[in-house]
Design a protein around this ligand. Structure first.
Ligand SMILES: [Zn+2]
Length: 493
């Protein structure tokens, strides 16, 4: 073995320099990308776009009038910035409304609790419910529970772990997505969970539950997991496409601690819960699209996106006003260069992401003939933290291109990430599933789940320097991908 390695090294060092693989990115392309980085770092336009959206539109729940106002805002912004082919691609969606909530501990120590209904939650019967809770340390404990929950409320306690990559979200989110199914199947009157979040503040974290709907699964970013889970554990739901018939709410972390302390003292906890949430028929949403047409290969598209909707509890600054600002500002910088890139850059602001990737599925369905023209796609939807790595999932040549591209953005503190990524962001899932190559500029998510889906997701949390770093990185990578003739798709697709 040692001999073989030694031979290999000898062979490698014997290869003359001039026969090395040629760079896929030319010196002049590199210098334009560097120019875009400089422009991005000096620009506050990403930050200003978030300011405008969060101030002038505010919260924008999928299907709401506020979300329609956000589309008008986006059309006006794109038009004023000089984008071409600005349009709204409308779609119909089922609309869920939060209504009001009130919840409290009745016994043994009466006091109010802070909670938020989960997306898809049913209402309580008029007058609310009052019941003892059954305490489950984890979602698995509820899933494995043999007994009945009749006339009681299931409570699931497990905590989320904070991580730069946000890796704690998927596991912690099981209870948000599926606890209602397990509770309802055992006859519970309702379900409460500890919020899926990493903060210690008194803000509950809302978020969508998972359910079968229109042949797809309303599942946020974990569609495959959700589909597999529901089909295996609850085939009746998968076939009948039922929604929750019980109320489902998340408690803020300190309120969950309160329940936990009382439970640990050996007392049983009785709570009151009143929720006026429910489905309110069909509404219109839409994706807003804008383009910089390519100068040589306009039919080839580099698609960059973010989602325009937010949860209704806050103005959605980090989720995903930041993404809207980042990709729009990056494309606008590119548009300020003396000439357009070879390929078209298409910016898509997806509607109704939070309530189940509805805009993403609508986009893939309504543009199915065009999907083959998308050469590369990505979404910015992980807040406003600094980008720290570039991941990609492309052809071999595309991977080599991204290796070189990362060298250009390395001065921004960005390392090379996963080279076999299949995730370009939540709204890219339906495109990636149809073979669209992806990249992702991974952001530091250490604090992201402190704010995520809470009333605390507001503009003051956005750091202008961090936004500028994001815009610089996005402008460089997007322009390079649009200027090159590298084929990012693998040959057999
Ligand atoms: Zn988001």
């Amino acid at each position: 073995m040692l001999v073989r390695i030694a031979t290999a090294i000898a062979l490698v060092s014997a290869v003359p320099v001039f026969s090395m693989q040629e760079s896929l990115i030319s010196e002049s392309q590199e210098s334009t990308a560097e120019q875009l980085i400089e422009m991005g770092l000096a620009s506050d336009s990403g930050y200003e776009i978030v300011r405008s959206l969060t101030t002038e539109v505010g919260p924008r729940l999928g299907g709401s009038r506020q979300e329609a106002r956000a589309r008008d805002w986006a059309v006006q912004m794109f038009t004023e910035l000089g984008f071409e082919n600005v349009r709204i691609e409308p779609f119909e969606m089922p609309y869920w409304d939060r209504g009001a909530i009130s919840t409290s501990i009745v016994a043994p120590f009466p006091q109010p609790l802070r909670a938020s209904a989960l997306g898809g939650s049913a209402a309580t019967p008029q007058g609310g419910i009052e019941a003892e809770i059954v305490f489950f340390e984890s979602f698995e404990a509820l899933r494995d529970f043999d007994g009945s929950l009749e006339n009681r409320i299931a409570y699931v306690n497990d905590r989320m772990i904070s991580a730069q990559t946000g890796a704690g979200y998927g596991p912690a989110n099981q209870k948000r997505r599926f606890a209602w199914l397990e509770a309802e199947a055992r006859g519970a009157l309702g379900v409460m969970i500890r919020s899926v979040g990493t903060d210690s503040h008194r803000f509950p974290h809302t978020g969508m539950m998972s359910t079968p709907n229109d042949g797809t699964i309303n599942s946020g970013t974990h569609s495959d997991v959700a589909i597999a889970y529901i089909r295996e554990e609850h085939p009746d739901y998968a076939e009948n496409r039922m929604w929750s018939s019980i109320p489902a709410v998340a408690l803020s972390a300190p309120d969950a601690d309160q329940i936990e302390r009382i439970h640990e003292s050996g007392e049983s906890v009785t709570v009151r819960l009143s929720v006026i949430a429910g489905w309110r028929g069909s509404r219109q949403s839409g994706n807003v699209v804008a383009e910089i047409p390519g100068r040589e290969r306009p039919e080839e598209i580099v698609l960059i996106g973010a989602h325009l909707d937010s949860w209704d509890e806050a103005t959605g600054a980090v989720d995903d006003g930041a993404g809207v600002g980042i990709v729009t500002a990056a494309a606008h910088l590119i548009d300020q260069l003396p000439r357009a890139p070879r390929r078209t850059i298409r910016v898509v602001l997806f509607g109704a992401e939070e309530v189940g990737l509805l805009g993403a599925f609508a986009y893939a369905r309504d543009n199915s003939e065009d999907i083959g023209n998308i050469v590369l796609a990505s979404e910015s939807d992980f807040g406003a933290g600094l980008v720290w790595s570039l991941a990609s999932g492309t052809s071999e040549e595309g991977t080599r291109f991204m290796d070189e591209a990362q060298q250009i953005i390395a001065p921004l503190g960005i390392i090379r990430g996963d080279r076999a990524s299949n995730g370009g962001g939540p709204d890219i899932i339906p495109l990636a599933a149809r073979g669209v190559p992806v990249f992702r500029l991974n952001q530091d998510g250490t604090d992201y789940f402190d704010l995520h889906h809470t009333p605390d997701d507001t503009f003051d949390k956005i750091d202008p320097d961090s936004m500028a770093q994001n815009v610089a990185a996005w402008a460089a990578i997007t322009w390079l991908a649009a200027e090159t003739d590298v084929e990012f798709r693998t040959q057999d697709e």
